[in-house]
Design a binder for this molecule. Structure first.
Ligand code: PLP
Length: 452
């Protein structure tokens, strides 16, 4: 039988890892996760961890869920593959498109399937070009997104994203422009004189300024996550989204809401667009749609966009071999069915409340400058000095130390710079959220001891 050292040797020799620090990986060996159960993952050395990140924000119902596995097995027997090109479909793709549209805001009724969130964002880039061509305004091609956003790793997704360390590694696509993120904690560190809501309006107005700078007749769309996830769970002030919505409407700029993380329940609504009352022209989804068990992504398209597209385009020259893969669609149908059995209401009520009751008090820890949460995501800002909000030296080192200490405390918590983030599975109960936050406190204590 293959053992942990063998896996680590093979991995070091042959596996080129996504988003992994190569020096750390060579020094410590890869962490091998060998199995999982419920909300827990197990390392090959036997160490059990409460998975505070639901995998990569995707295993929202934890790792067990026999009905999803059975749906996958049954679909492999019935129809393991067929495509949705050339006027074909199959039962699961049609059922799933209808099931998603049924749960989405009423004006979004068509679904285009992809394999991932990155492909879904790339697909939107293609569709908005087609939309503005159809509207007789082919000059509307500029796209606006935000600094520190994450929209994926394909060339389109990574260009839309606003992460400098990614842009340094390739030449981003042209005509994609980035504006400030609604990061209130960052503004406070920079000694803003605005209060939170005024800052939210200021951040939203950056969109209007960019539209005016580029020329309103040149701007196609604004891409944004409802809450920036990978960027550090940046929860916008309440004033932000209503003003952004107004600006998009005023300048007829398409609103693309990237719900790859928040779609399917993480705010306590099916879509964060419902939570924030957004009139999205596109909703991008992936991850939680299959509970992460098998790849599937896609885009919900609004009626007005669909109407223009289809009136202009007889044959959409875009698609993937696995668009609407039957096995992935079967997994997604089972996931939606389970989510509908009370999980989303549980996030909205019991779990959101538990996060407010147990996560927010982590702000009292000596190295935490702010604790924030919304629905079932949370963040902690690590600081050396609570009153000035000054960071620790080392540019992200405190986050790395805290992440490692969190693993020691039996909890997967992620670090984005010196911001700690969590997105736990919906299957936890109030006591388990409490347990999670106690482990986080322990991690903070251990980190503090190392950082001082
Ligand atoms: N958009 C957002 C908001 C994401 O968080 C991610 C992944 O984390 C993506 C897009 C990319 O999705 P994928 O990794 O499935 O391509």
């Amino acid at each position: 039988m293959t053992s942990l050292p063998q896996w680590q040797r093979q991995d070091a020799a042959h596996h080129l890892h996504p988003f992994s620090n190569q020096t750390e990986l060579n020094r410590n060996g890869t962490r091998v996760i060998s199995h999982a159960q419920g909300a827990y993952i197990f390392e090959a050395n036997g160490h059990r961890l409460l998975d505070g990140m639901s995998g990569l924000w995707c295993c929202n119902l934890g790792y067990s869920q026999p009905r999803i596995k059975q749906a996958i097995a049954a679909q492999l027997d019935e129809l393991p593959y067929y495509n949705t090109f050339f006027q074909c479909t199959h039962p699961r793709a049609t059922e799933l498109a209808a099931a998603i549209a049924h749960r989405a805001p009423a004006h979004l009724n068509k679904v285009f399937f992809t394999n991932s969130g990155s492909e879904a964002n790339d697909s939107v880039l293609r569709l908005i070009h087609r939309y503005w061509d159809a509207k007789g305004k082919p000059q509307r091609k500029a796209v606006i997104a935000r600094h520190n956003a994450y929209h994926g790793s394909t060339i389109g997704g990574a260009s839309l994203g606003g992460m400098g360390f990614m842009h340094e590694q390739f030449d981003p696509l042209g005509n994609i422009h980035h504006i400030a993120q609604p990061y209130w904690f960052g503004a406070r560190q920079d000694k803003t004189e605005l209060d939170e809501q005024a800052f939210g309006i200021w951040a939203a107005n950056q969109l209007e300024e960019k539209i005016l700078e580029l020329g309103p007749d040149k701007v196609a769309a604004f891409f944004a996550e409802p809450i920036q996830g990978a960027g550090g769970v940046i929860i916008p002030p309440d004033s932000y989204w209503p003003r952004v919505q107004q600006i998009c409407q005023q300048y007829q700029v398409l609103l693309v809401v990237d719900e790859v993380i928040f779609g399917f329940g993480r705010t306590g609504e099916w879509f964060a667009s419902q939570f924030y009352d957004l009139q999205a022209d596109f909703i991008v989804f992936a991850k939680g749609i299959t509970n992460g068990f098998i790849p599937l992504g896609g885009v919900l398209v609004s009626d007005r966009v669909t109407e223009a597209l289809l009136s202009h385009t007889n044959d959409l020259a875009h698609g993937f071999t696995y668009s609407g893969h039957p096995v992935a669609c079967a997994a997604a149908l089972a996931t939606l069915e389970i989510l509908a059995e009370g999980h989303i209401d549980k996030v909205k009520n019991e779990l959101s409340q538990a996060m407010r009751d147990f996560w927010l008090p982590l702000a009292d820890h000596p190295i935490v400058g702010q604790a924030r949460c919304k629905g079932l995501v949370g963040a902690l800002e690590l600081v050396r000095d609570k009153s000035s909000l000054q960071r620790f030296a080392g540019n992200g080192r405190a986050g790395t130390v805290c992440r490692d200490m969190s693993l020691q405390a039996g909890l997967v918590m992620r670090a984005t710079g010196d911001t700690m983030i969590i997105a736990p599975p919906f299957i936890l109960d109030r006591n388990e959220i409490k347990d999670l936050t106690e482990r986080a406190w322990q991690a903070l204590d251990l980190a503090q001891a190392q950082l001082k």
